[in-house]
Design a protein around this ligand. Structure first.
Ligand code: GUN
Length: 285
């Protein structure tokens, strides 16, 4: 029987820390952190995420600025909004919810967001900083995973860590954060040969594949820490991770559930990044 890693509890603790520090800084500086969230079109999943981000801002005491733009927004229009937000001193963090509609090049948008306000840590400058270990912002999902691993008390240093998935948002930065903590890191992907033989070596296994129930019991070492970044919607509408929880749970020492694992952490880390941005922009760090 594995111990369950409670993402709701860990995320609530992170948000409470952010709330307390915000309260103190607002008193000291008379200014309040602000996060602008931009959504283009009406992707229902994006709408849910954006609403949750707004709620989290209220919880921690941030101002939130929401911009809902029509599906047929042009790249120039979105770039213009980003420039306006870049120069607005009440806005400390800018997040353009991805995916954007196909007429917009998401790279052009990410590049246009001021690196100091890039609370997603998607801008090439911030990505480069993560590579060399000199960063202000960490991408929210991998940073949340690190908090969850730390909440178990399991030491990362020297352990075999396997990340399944090589996306720019999760897999690659995840591997880098584990490496910064002296894990021995392997990244697996769709072309990896004999995947199970690699994942079976993992003391810490992070699944970010995007395929429901992809990780089965035969792929997991006894006593492994298993982190499930997946959020897959099944045909019956239920949310399901990348890990076959029922099969894997008996083998793991620690495991995250879906929902209630990594998901709530992403938004908590976004709040933390926004507070960091606020402090840096107002010389309060
Ligand atoms: N879409 C899904 N996850 C994310 C995220 O973390 N940031 C942004 N900007 N868009 C997303």
């Amino acid at each position: 029987m594995a111990n369950l890693i409670d993402g709701k509890q860990v995320s609530a603790a992170v948000k409470e820390q952010v709330r307390l520090e915000t309260e103190k800084l607002v008193q000291e500086s008379g200014k309040r952190p602000g996060l602008a969230v931009v959504i283009v079109g009406n992707n229902p999943a994006s709408r849910v995420y954006v609403n949750n981000k707004k709620k989290a801002c209220e919880t921690v005491g941030f101002q939130s600025f929401e911009y809902t733009l029509p599906e047929d927004t042009t790249q120039e229009e979105l770039l213009e909004l980003v420039q306006t937000l870049n120069s607005d001193s009440n806005v400390n963090g800018i997040l353009v919810q991805l995916p954007v509609p196909p007429q917009i090049d998401d790279k052009a948008i990410i590049n246009a967001i001021s690196a100091e306000k890039d609370v997603d840590a998607f801008h090439p400058e911030n990505v480069g900083r993560i590579m060399i270990g000199d960063y202000a912002f960490l991408p929210c999902t991998p940073a949340g995973v690190m908090e969850l691993i730390d909440s178990t008390g399991v030491e990362i240093s020297g352990k075999k860590c396997v990340v399944i998935g090589r996306s720019n948002i999760v897999g690659k930065p995840m591997a880098m954060l584990l490496l910064h903590r002296s894990g021995t890191v392997t990244i697996c992907h769709s072309r990896t040969q004999d995947l199970a033989s690699v994942t079976r070596e993992a003391d810490i296994l992070v699944a970010a594949v995007g395929k429901a129930n992809f990780v089965t019991a035969d792929m997991v070492k006894d006593g492994a820490v298993v982190i499930d970044v997946g959020m897959n919607r099944l045909e019956n509408g239920k949310l399901c991770g990348d890990v076959d929880f029922a099969q894997v749970e008996p083998k793991a020492s620690w495991i995250t559930p879906v929902p209630g694992g990594v998901g709530p952490m992403t938004i908590a880390m976004l709040m933390k990044n926004t507070l960091t941005a606020f402090k840096q922009q107002n010389q309060l760090a």
